[in-house]
Design a binder for this molecule. Structure first.
Ligand SMILES: [Zn+2]
Ligand SMILES: [Zn+2]
Length: 255
């Protein structure tokens, strides 16, 4: 499986960056997790519009779903009408999107996207990839996800304060993509639904994750400081997610 980071900024993008997005490709199957603002451009450097297998959005915050809007328009006006793209998202997600669109667009939204509800504990199959959702602690309904292939596993935290469900999601994974929104001096600010650097490292250590990939760091903070603090708490291999980064997991992949 090849993971491509489409967007790694939290809440708002860093200069030249994009908000959350991750492309997972295994053989002919592709799954996009999150479509934060700025992701679509990076996604289309990797796959054709008609080659997107499924999109999963963990919660309805703009930095996680904003580019569903341009994706909707790109599909809707595509000459081949590649409609019915599988879109897994929390209950009411498509309705929420439709509220800022006109009546005509609201009519097409459920035709362009085939909405599927993201539910705690439900298992979703995308090709050979198995996806399971775990509830987060965040101001809106949201889910961390665990994705497994035949010989690899990955977890993604979404946005969350520390929770046992997050550790369960990341139990013994090969790669844990975890938010580390703030440096550890900002625990009070983080307690409203995010993790600090050290909390991300601690969650990864307790889960037994093999590698940690930090994401969703607010661009106003020094990522190197966040990296150093998380690395100290984790005690294993840790890196910063960057747009365009590729990570290969397991033996399979198309190169
Ligand atoms: Zn976010
Ligand atoms: Zn959020």
């Amino acid at each position: 499986m090849i993971l491509t980071v489409l967007g790694a900024s939290g809440t708002y993008p860093r200069p030249g960056g994009a908000c959350n997005g991750f492309l997972l490709r295994e053989g002919e199957y592709s799954l996009v997790i999150e479509m934060g603002n700025g992701c679509l451009s990076n996604l289309l450097q990797e796959v054709e519009l008609t080659g997107i297998g499924a999109v999963l959005v963990t919660h309805m915050h703009i930095d996680h779903f904003g580019d569903l809007y341009p994706l909707y328009y790109a599909l809707r006006f595509h000459p081949l009408k590649p409609w019915g793209l599988r879109l897994v998202l929390p209950a009411g997600g498509l309705d929420l999107m439709g509220r800022i669109l006109g009546a005509e667009a609201r009519e097409y939204l459920p035709r362009v996207f085939r909405e599927e509800r993201l539910i705690d504990g439900k298992v979703y199959q995308v090709g050979k990839m198995t996806v399971r959702a775990f509830p987060t602690r965040h101001p809106v309904e949201g889910y961390a996800v665990r994705v497994e292939g035949e010989d690899w596993s990955l977890a993604y935290s979404s946005d969350t304060s520390p929770t046992l469900a997050l550790e369960e999601a990341a139990r013994d994974v090969d790669l844990f993509i975890c938010e580390a929104t703030l440096p550890d001096a900002y625990r009070e600010e983080a307690s409203h639904g995010h993790l600090t650097s050290r909390q991300a490292g601690e969650a990864a250590r307790r889960a037994g994750a093999r590698r940690l990939l930090l994401t969703h760091i607010w661009p106003t903070f020094d990522p190197e400081q966040v990296l150093a603090e998380a690395a100290e708490a984790f005690g294993g291999e840790v890196e910063l997610a960057r747009e365009g980064m590729h990570v290969r997991l397991g033996g399979e992949g198309d190169g």
